[in-house]
Design a protein around this ligand. Structure first.
Ligand SMILES: *[C@@H]1O[C@H](CO)[C@@H](O)[C@H](O)[C@H]1NC(C)=O
Ligand SMILES: *[C@@H]1O[C@H](CO)[C@@H](O)[C@H](O)[C@H]1NC(C)=O
Ligand SMILES: *[C@@H]1O[C@H](CO)[C@@H](O)[C@H](O)[C@H]1NC(C)=O
Ligand SMILES: *[C@@H]1O[C@H](CO)[C@@H](O)[C@H](O)[C@H]1NC(C)=O
Ligand SMILES: *[C@@H]1O[C@H](CO)[C@@H](O)[C@H](O)[C@H]1NC(C)=O
Ligand SMILES: *[C@@H]1O[C@H](CO)[C@@H](O)[C@H](O)[C@H]1NC(C)=O
Length: 470
């Protein structure tokens, strides 16, 4: 009985332990305004493609439908939008005018009639408060308040033939302002509900490449401040092949809110290490090296004869044969993100084979290597640039089919190959920079990448799509 109680307590303790996020994203008030601006432009450009929903109504025995509506003209003023601390987003539009044309159908008993109409609205406004929350670890959105106001509406009908036509027109002109006014919030709520069903259907796992995915579920409710919206995301990588938890754990980090940039994104040390863990477990940190991959100028070549100074035993046993190497990580590469630098420890092994003329590979030996690097990364001219320095490299003999041999000469040679061939090549590429990955039609500008204590932080503005490209 007591054991049972302890077990229950343990379960409840582990369940109440809040999960730490390892990816954080902030959309500032400046970012929200920009997004709203793009959406307003998009709506304005696409009015002719927007079909207002049909309106059906009934008054006593009289039923009617307004359908096939299209927006002929619309002056859509830029909405006033802002975050509201603790709640969500407040949205206000004033001074909207529009002309809509469409068709009407009416029915009174067995009598039906139909025709066209034109509707002109002046000075329409609405105010809405949208709540941002979370539901099943996803962002959720709902309408809390919506109110609308219409200064005037004019509706002209044509085409009616029946005796009911006059009745129909009369009925409408009396109530059309109220109907339009009510319809605005109905449409806004329907739009927000549509957005909410999209969010609810969004997967909480994002495929990064065919080997790994990232869990992007929210660890907390979104944090809404007057200066922006903060999302705490789990941000843990898993390999598809072997989606296990790593032996290390996330720790708390808090990204600073940068209200001068539209968007900020922070990734913790745990996020980086979980990616390394996932790729290591996916078995992709594994390369096969053949001699033709090695530049001519390199002092070490994969030919047993050329190893006579490094491993004298090798050419004696297998003279003049081509060699191949299998290089792979033996453990998860571990990164530590310290103020301004990233330190990395990488454990690898390299298996060497001699290749017979009939392509049969003869195993020779396995070297185990511990390498530590210092890595700097920054953004310059919108390109990610960096610098890699090798701090230490130790080589030990893991296994040998050709008898024991000293590894110091190899360690020495590898160090010089790394510092005079591999790293200069890598650093030349890192200095040229890598394009920041981003979504179609959008690009980053004014980006700043910093290495903080325990996390990497990117603060950036976003260049919008050229008009018509969203
Ligand atoms: C409706 O018809 C009246 C009179 O024919 C006209 O003055 C008015 O401009 C029309 N309004 C619209 C919205 O077509
Ligand atoms: C993502 O993480 C959450 C929280 O730990 C978990 O409930 C969910 O099942 C995970 N989803 C996937 C697809 O890994
Ligand atoms: C190995 O290198 C020697 C010279 O260093 C060369 O003569 C020989 O052809 C090479 N062997 C193979 C298999 O490429
Ligand atoms: C790398 O290894 C060194 C020495 O073993 C250790 O002090 C350091 O904490 C390790 N760094 C990381 C990032 O694991
Ligand atoms: C390199 O690593 C080895 C063991 O991993 C350690 O004994 C040695 O002190 C390290 N050298 C430097 C310069 O850090
Ligand atoms: C929106 O309008 C642009 C041109 O202004 C057009 O290229 C685009 O296809 C439209 N999008 C939709 C969804 O209709």
């Amino acid at each position: 009985m007591k054991m049972w109680l302890i077990a229950l307590l343990l379960v409840s303790v582990t369940h109440t332990h809040a999960e730490y996020s390892s990816l954080q994203a902030i959309l500032s008030q400046k970012g929200l305004q920009k997004v709203t601006h793009w959406l307003t432009d998009w709506v304005q450009d696409n009015l002719s493609n927007i079909t207002p929903p049909d309106i059906k109504g009934k008054a006593f025995l009289f039923g009617y439908t307004l359908h096939s509506m299209s927006i002929q003209r619309c002056d859509l003023p830029e909405p006033i939008i802002s975050f509201l601390e603790g709640t969500g987003v407040s949205l206000q539009v004033t001074g909207l005018s529009a002309v809509i044309t469409g068709k009407w159908n009416s029915r009174f008993g067995f009598t039906t009639d139909s025709g066209e109409f034109e509707l002109v609205m002046f000075n329409v406004g609405f105010k809405s408060l949208l709540k941002l929350g979370s539901d099943r670890e996803r962002l959720s959105i709902s309408t809390v308040i919506c109110s609308s106001d219409v200064e005037s509406v004019q509706m002209n009908f044509s085409g009616g033939k029946s005796f009911l036509y006059k009745l129909f027109v009369k009925l409408f002109n009396r109530g059309v302002k109220q109907m339009v006014q009510g319809q605005i919030c109905t449409d806004i709520k329907a739009g927000v509900n549509g957005l909410e069903s999209h969010l609810a259907a969004m997967p909480v796992a994002m495929m990064v490449d065919p080997n790994v995915y990232m869990n992007i579920s929210l660890t907390d409710s979104p944090l809404v401040k007057n200066s922006g919206l903060g999302l705490n995301v789990k941000g843990e990588f898993y390999s598809f092949k072997c989606p296990t938890e790593p032996p290390f754990h996330p720790s708390h980090f808090e990204m600073p809110w940068q209200k001068d940039y539209m968007v900020s994104v922070g990734a913790s040390e745990f996020c980086v290490n979980s990616a390394a863990f996932a790729y290591h477990h996916a078995g992709v940190l594994n390369i096969h090296i053949t001699d033709d991959m090695i530049p001519k100028a390199c002092p070490i070549h994969l030919n047993t004869s050329q190893f006579k100074n490094l491993i004298p035993e090798l050419p004696k046993k297998y003279p003049d044969m081509l060699m191949e190497l299998q290089l792979y990580t033996t453990d998860t590469p571990l990164f530590s993100v310290k103020k301004s630098v990233i330190l990395a420890n990488v454990s690898t092994s390299v298996k060497a084979f001699a290749i017979k003329t009939n392509y049969v590979a003869i195993p020779l030996f396995r070297l185990d290597m511990e390498t530590s690097f210092i890595f700097k990364v920054y953004i310059d001219k919108q390109l990610v640039k960096g610098m890699l320095v090798m701090k230490n490299l130790t080589v030990t003999l893991g296994a040998s089919e050709i008898g024991k041999f000293q590894t110091e000469p190899i360690q020495h040679a590898l160090k010089s190959v790394m510092t005079s061939f591999v790293l200069p090549k890598v650093n030349a590429q890192l200095k040229d920079g890598i394009q920041l990955p981003f979504v179609k039609y959008f690009s980053l500008k004014n980006s700043v990448l910093t290495i903080e204590d325990g996390f990497l932080a990117l603060a950036t503005d976003i260049n919008g799509p050229d008009s018509g490209n969203l």
